[in-house]
Structure formats: C-alpha cells, structure tokens
Ligand binder design. Structure first.
Ligand SMILES: [Zn+2]
Length: 82
C-alpha cells in the first residue's frame, strides 16, 4: 500500500515538473523581474496583457490607456478618430 502512495507522490511531483516546464507564454518572464503581483494592463487595441511597467501609457480623453507597442497606440488612435 505504501508503494502505491509513493508512486502517486512521484507521479504528482513528476507531473508538476512537466506542467511547469510546458506552461506556455504566461510564465516565460523570470519571476524576479517584478515584485509581488505587478499590475497587468490590457492593450485595448490587440487585447494583449502586459506588465504596467512595460506598457506604453497614453492619455486619451482624460482616460489612461496602455498599449503593447507604438503601433497599437497609433492604430487605436486612428480607429478612435483622434
Ligand atoms: Zn497591442
């Protein structure tokens, strides 16, 4: 019976290692880059989420928007007729 529990434990450890390695996108950045829970902002143009510190901030009609690139900012302004 103990063998079975050990096997399950090994399987679990192995599984969490693999899923940690294979996790796409989100955890690509090294964790030490941002302190606990950096604010994520959404680019309204392309829908990308990125850390606030890396986003391009723009003030449109008194409201703050964040963009992943200048291209998105430009396109967003174009769409909004600014
Ligand atoms: Zn974008």
């Amino acid at each position: 019976m103990i063998k079975l529990i050990l096997l399950a434990l090994c399987g679990f450890v192995f599984y969490s290692m693999i899923s940690g390695l294979l996790r796409p996108g989100k955890n690509r950045r090294p964790k030490n880059r941002s302190k606990e829970g950096e604010v994520m902002v959404e680019d309204p143009q392309c829908g990308t989420y990125l850390p606030e510190s890396e986003a391009i901030k723009a003030n449109i009609h008194g409201k703050e928007y964040y963009f992943c690139s200048k291209k998105c900012l430009k396109e967003y302004k174009k769409i909004q007729n600014l």
